[in-house]
Design a protein around this ligand. Sequence first.
Ligand SMILES: NC(=O)c1ccc[n+]([C@@H]2O[C@H](COP(=O)([O-])OP(=O)(O)OC[C@H]3O[C@@H](n4cnc5c(N)ncnc54)[C@H](OP(=O)(O)O)[C@@H]3O)[C@@H](O)[C@H]2O)c1
Length: 312
Amino acid sequence: MHAFTLTGTSGPTALQPTEVATPTIGAEEVLVRVKAISLNPVDFKTSYGKGAYSFIKQESPLIPGWDISGEVTQVGANVRQFEPGDDVFGMINFPGHGRAYAEYVAAPANQLARKPAAITHEDAAAATLAAQTAWQFLVTKANVQAGQRVLVHAAAGGVGHYAVQLARELGAYVIGTSSAAKRDFVFALGADEHVDYTQGHFEDLVQPVDVVLDAVGGETTGRSLAVVKPGGTLISIVGVSAELGARAQANGIQAYFFLVASNGEDQAAIAERLADGRLRSHVSLTLPFAQLPDALRQVEGGKTQGKIIVTL
Ligand SMILES: NC(=O)c1ccc[n+]([C@@H]2O[C@H](COP(=O)([O-])OP(=O)(O)OC[C@H]3O[C@@H](n4cnc5c(N)ncnc54)[C@H](OP(=O)(O)O)[C@@H]3O)[C@@H](O)[C@H]2O)c1
């Protein structure tokens, strides 16, 4: 089968089209014929030897990627919930070896959900790592409640555009940051308030919040402390230094980093919302599989609105 293998750590150029054996499946796995793959910043970071590289560098062949939507072609002996012909989607083995940049993927059945019939494989593939991150941040970690004020940084990006929609569904008052060009998009997602981070300091414009989702990192993380209420939470999906964690604690704020992990139950909760329209994917660019390295360079540009997908 066709796949992209990672042959070095020079970035997207290190991804080489390669013929590899079609995977065999274990008793708890299904074989998925992939129709769409979604790309994330961790994908390009991994191609530079960062991101999830340390978890998978010993694998050979090393097939990166985690986010797929496709059709089940085989089921393992112990799999009861899927059968050949079912359309499924999910984030496979994150942060381990997902092997998603391929025509076929062997996926643990308990990391998949049924693709809603009403949405495309592109929209389903989009709503995997980014949507699970938003879900696990809001529901599992921050336990956001109706009436709370939530600040979502990078609200127009992959994680952010799901986080705004889900926080709104939870009944939160949602403030989203982006540049001015994406203001209308952020409001259309359901944000109550928009802050253009390019026009001054967001911390001068935002009234205190209960929860911050930091999807930007760097100085944005530290500056976000200033807008969190005592007793509130700052969760960064990019990184929190020990110094920042201690400074937060001294102010009665919890600040920590969290890494998403593959979870089929969370994927099913997302599927339910995609099916009834409570949650929508915004795919801003779709390229053919052969152009996967180009798609990754687009993600690396840091300006993605919603998600970037490749199709097979
Ligand atoms: N820890 C985890 O589990 C986890 C999971 C998923 C993602 N991540 C990380 O989280 C980060 C975001 O991921 P993503 O998929 O959402 O990325 P993405 O889709 O590439 O984000 C792109 C968006 O970021 C916005 N942006 C850039 N700088 C900004 C700033 N200073 N303030 C506000 N918005 C800004 C851009 O908006 P403008 O064009 O308007 O600037 C753009 O829409 C990445 O570093 C990724 O690796 C971590």
